[in-house]
Design a protein around this ligand. Sequence first.
Ligand SMILES: Nc1ncnc2c1ncn2[C@@H]1O[C@H](COP(=O)(O)OP(=O)(O)OP(=O)(O)O)[C@@H](O)[C@H]1O
Ligand SMILES: C[C@@](O)(CCO)CC(=O)[O-]
Ligand SMILES: [Mg+2]
Length: 387
Amino acid sequence: MEVRARAPGKIILSGEHAVVHGSTAVAAAIDLYTYVTLGFPTPSDNDDTLILHLKDMDLEFCWPVGRIEEVLPDLGSHATSSPSSCSLETIKAIASLVEEQNIPEAKIGLASGVSTFLWLYTSIHGYKPAKAVVTSELPLGSGLGSSAAFCVALSAALLALSDSVTLDFRHQGWQMFEDSELELLNKWAFEGEKIIHGKPSGIDNTVSTYGNMIKFRSGELTRIKTNMPLKMLITNTKVGRNTKALVAGVSERTIRHPKAMDCVFSAVDSISSEFASIIQSPVTDDLAITEKEEKLEELMEMNQGLLQCMGVSHASIETVLRSTLKYKLSSKLTGAGGGGCVLTLLPNLLSGTVVDKVIAELESCGFECLIAGIGGGGMEISFSGSS
Ligand SMILES: Nc1ncnc2c1ncn2[C@@H]1O[C@H](COP(=O)(O)OP(=O)(O)OP(=O)(O)O)[C@@H](O)[C@H]1O
Ligand SMILES: C[C@@](O)(CCO)CC(=O)[O-]
Ligand SMILES: [Mg+2]
């Protein structure tokens, strides 16, 4: 039997980075997914390897399970369903297993994802042979939560083939976990994110697990529902960056200027709370929607200004801001910044011609634009008979 899990990426509408320091943030799932297929070989396959195939990257990694046991003698012998953190010592041992695979230098950023795979797999299934195949519709390292979608889809596939969740194997098509299982999955995914991010707030794995739209503060999620149409243009500047380094940079700035940064985080907290209450409050007509959109645009501009204060904007992001402002449209970076993706609010009554013009201008700068569906479902799995 084989399981396929999919987990969505996300956009952060308000509050990235500040959320790591206890402020409120608002995020929504998008309809772009990471897929993980997992299967165990049958005894007649006589296979004793653990394989990770990153299909889009055309990379396959393979470890004899005996080698994993040799390097990680404790981790897999206590294979468990209760999530715990990966110690520094274990991270180092895993890094040596990853190094043996000689990842090409140009793709070395994948090393943390591969380490996360080895850790999650061995923690949950021990030294059992298996094959995992990963594909993703998300651009990696661009602010759309690829790391979280990877951790969520992977943890889901691992748990689905463990004893800790009860599922209907005969069910055709996608199915969801129960609430307590989602909670367990989210905890594992968070531990995985820690290996990739260093100090994640947990917002990305949480929105990928539960889907829809969430308000998130200090590890607590509130599911929210928008009462107005919300259309965002996503512009990928294609400037590569890494969330771990950007999050660490903000923490260092906070150590240098604690009082000032505290004010910045508290302003972001107010912006996110206001953003959430505007989208949740009922609307009666187009005029009311326009009024709300104007407020949201102002909040996005304020949030972007504060992200600049945190040091996570980038020349490419500023170019997107300037280009969209020419059309009186407001934008902010989304995710960790430093390049990556930018959100632009597309008002309800904005003409298609203007949207086309903005996109053409942004694409002439070498950026990539997309309009993703916002607020869709979270993680789902499906079973198929044989591998
Ligand atoms: N499909 C995947 N396969 C393997 N590794 C992945 C995959 N998706 C993400 N990763 C890992 O996550 C890293 C990117 O994570 P990072 O947090 O820096 O960016 P992001 O999650 O796309 O953006 P943000 O955190 O700002 O939303 C990759 O370099 C890789 O190590
Ligand atoms: C930058 C950050 O706030 C969001 C990344 O999508 C990091 C986090 O919350 O873990
Ligand atoms: Mg990430």
